[in-house]
Design a protein around this ligand. Structure first.
Ligand SMILES: [Zn+2]
Ligand SMILES: [Zn+2]
Length: 117
């Protein structure tokens, strides 16, 4: 269980605006490195990777960040809903006008047909 230098290939950059664990990075205690790796074991030394911070303070921070993220998501969904409604309202107005115009055209077109028959 020693570092073979393979982990540097998977070295993860420090994410902006979020924590390393929150962005899915894992920590190898043997290689002393954060890596982007799907497995539970270090691809370099074979040691079990950390997926969560050890410090309780960090854990609370991570949880708060996740909660804030989900709140942001719901706000974004609400904003999208409002946008959809607004777009619908804008689209409906001209659609109705076109329909009435078509109705008028139909009525006008019906008149000569009725005379022919
Ligand atoms: Zn390593
Ligand atoms: Zn390792």
């Amino acid at each position: 269980m020693t570092c073979k230098g393979i982990c540097t290939r998977y070295k993860a950059q420090k994410p902006v605006g979020t924590g390393r664990y929150a962005s899915g990075q894992k920590r190898c205690q043997i290689c002393e490195i954060f890596i982007k790796w799907e497995g539970l074991w270090c691809p370099c030394c074979g040691y079990r990777l950390r997926t969560k911070p050890r410090n309780l303070k960090y854990k609370a921070k991570l949880r708060a960040r996740v909660e804030a993220d989900s709140q942001l998501e719901s706000v974004a969904v609400k904003a999208a809903e409002v946008e959809e409604i607004e777009v619908e309202a804008v689209v409906k107005k001209p659609t109705r006008r076109v329909k009435t115009r078509k109705d008028i055209v139909k009525k006008v077109a019906m008149a000569p047909v009725a005379i022919k028959a």
